[in-house]
Design a protein around this ligand. Structure first.
Ligand code: ZN
Ligand code: ZN
Length: 77
C-alpha cells in the first residue's frame, strides 16, 4: 500500500519512508507545537487569516502561537 505525503503529494511504499520524508519535506512550512505535526501552510488556513492545526484531534491554533514556521523552530533549537 502506498502512502502519500499530503504536503507535496510524493508517494512512498511504507509508513516509515513517509515519516522520514515528512521531516525534510520542503513543502511543509509550518510545525504545530502541540502535536509536532508538520504541514504546508495552505492546510492550516482557509482564509489566510485564521490558522488551525489540520490534525483533527489537536487544538493547536494561531500562526506564531501554536503553529510556527519550521525555520523558526529549527533556529530556536
Ligand atoms: Zn512531502
Ligand atoms: Zn497540532
Amino acid at each position: 500500500m502506498t502512502r502519500t505525503c499530503r504536503n507535496c503529494k510524493r508517494t512512498f511504499s511504507s509508513e516509515l519512508e513517509l515519516e522520514l520524508h515528512r521531516d525534510v519535506c520542503s513543502d511543509a512550512q509550518l510545525v504545530c507545537e502541540v502535536c509536532g505535526e508538520r504541514f504546508a501552510e495552505r492546510y492550516a488556513t482557509t482564509d489566510g487569516w485564521r490558522y488551525d492545526c489540520p490534525n483533527d484531534d489537536c487544538d493547536g491554533t494561531g500562526l506564531k502561537e501554536d503553529l510556527r514556521p519550521v525555520s523558526d523552530v529549527l533556529v530556536s533549537q
